[in-house]
Design a protein around this ligand. Structure first.
Ligand code: PMP
Ligand code: GLN
Length: 403
């Protein structure tokens, strides 16, 4: 079998999300691993999809996306963030996952280097490699409160500007910035984004920003890198409606980019998926348009803030130190409180013995053995789900067999 596999596929294992969800199902564990809501998406959005199917919007959409959806996305970014975009800058993709892959294939040539902060969402490095590029990693350091260096930041994930600069070479073509950041929950500050923008200008880099959690920033506001001076021209902004509207299975994502970058992305996108499911595009156009005029995003944030605070408290009470994340629906907890140093061993133990599944963040590192001793828990869940997890964790507050 192996002799049929292309060299580029050989290095890729099974995604950690599929692996942990399968393990959770097998052991009847409460699944706080893979990031997806365990509650229903908004009724008015589901009804809009049903209506679109009944109205026979069931044939191919235009390859770049339905004009009404592209206009609604552009209007949202103009109104919320002041990004100077219109429908012509938007390309609708099969989730942010396809947006990431199509962007890489569109903009990275063999031998080009791509700067990636790690821990990194698991598709950045493989899609860089698929394009023939070379990932170059820059560490995000944990806060001292989660076992990071005492000389670093006490409560925030941070990076060393000198390390970022040192990772940049004459072959560097692009930098990927994920803010709010999965799995750490970090929200890049304005000062950090300015530093990255300055690097992009100095080395003529393309910025690729993954903003799928832009509506889940608990203090302050999300800042798209594209809004910093001179950055619109060189930035591809990637987002997904899956997180915002709690409908991850619909896979409606998008890119926003100036015409030369959009032109390149669409050339790839047309041969990857051609077009994305038409009725779901109609429904998302309606959802985004409605959200321009009501308090949907504010209610979403309140809903998640309550769950963030509750899960952080649950983990701390269980002896797994955690800080409330600045953004996303993930919280990282220190597993040393239970005597573990290996996150894989901890997450296997937790899933199979305690009945709560989490993600080992070492899967987000190029060299997994260098990952800090943390586990990622998802709070996109009913409060009852979090309380059920709390009940299981309470039975194991005393240190258990370490590994
Ligand atoms: N980027 C990040 C940072 C994510 O967390 C996810 C999924 N949770 C994606 C991209 C993929 O998004 P989608 O499901 O829209 O493909
Ligand atoms: N992005 C989600 C997470 O971080 C999972 C997405 C997936 O399963 N591909 O958990």
């Amino acid at each position: 079998m192996q002799r049929w596999m292309a060299a580029r596929a050989r290095g890729f294992g099974t995604s950690i999300f599929s692996e942990m969800t399968a393990l959770a199902l097998q052991h009847g564990a409460i699944n706080l691993s893979q990031g997806f809501p365990d509650f229903a998406g908004p009724a008015h959005v589901k009804q809009a999809a049903v209506a679109a199917i009944q109205a026979d919007h069931n044939q191919y959409a235009p390859a770049p996306g339905l004009p009404a959806l592209r206009e609604a996305i552009a209007a949202t970014y103009r109104a919320s963030y002041g990004v100077p975009c219109s429908a012509e800058h938007v390309t609708v993709t099969s989730g942010a996952t396809e947006a990431i892959a199509s962007t890489m294939l569109a903009l990275i040539d063999p031998g080009d280097e791509v700067l990636i902060f790690e821990p990194a969402y698991d598709s950045y490095a493989p899609t860089t490699v698929m394009a023939g590029g070379v990932p170059r990693f820059v560490r995000l350091e944990p806060p001292a409160a989660l076992g990071g260096r005492a000389a670093g930041d006490a409560t925030r994930w941070w990076f060393d500007p000198a390390a970022l600069q040192a990772a940049c070479t004459p072959r560097t073509r692009a930098i990927i910035v994920n803010t709010p950041h999965n799995p750490t929950g970090k929200v890049f500050s304005r000062a950090e984004l300015e530093l990255i923008a300055e690097l992009c200008h100095r080395h003529d880099l393309i910025a690729i920003t993954d903003e799928v959690y832009d509506r889940l920033v608990y203090d302050g506001m999300h800042t798209p890198l594209a809004t910093l001076p001179g950055m619109w021209e060189r930035t591809v902004t990637i987002n997904s409606t899956g997180k915002t509207f709690s409908l991850t299975g619909w896979k409606i994502g998008y890119t926003i980019a100036p015409p030369p970058l959009t032109d390149a992305i669409r050339r790839i996108h047309q041969f990857v998926t051609f077009a994305v499911a038409t009725p779901f595009q109609h429904a998302m156009a309606a959802a985004l348009t409605a959200a321009l005029h009501d308090d949907f995003y504010a209610r979403l944030l309140d809903f998640y803030r309550e769950r963030r605070d509750r899960l952080t408290a649950i983990l701390n009470q269980a002896g797994l130190s955690a800080l409330p994340p600045e953004g996303t629906y993930f919280v990282m907890a220190d597993i040393r409180g239970w005597g573990f140093t290996s996150d894989v061993a901890f997450c296997r133990y937790l899933t199979t013995q305690v009945g709560v599944a989490a993600i080992p963040p070492s899967a987000f590192y190029a060299q997994p053995e260098t990952a800090p001793a943390l586990a990622r828990f998802c709070f996109a869940k009913e409060l009852a789900t979090l309380e059920a997890a709390a009940a299981r964790l309470r039975q194991y507050t005393a240190p258990v067999a370490a590994s």
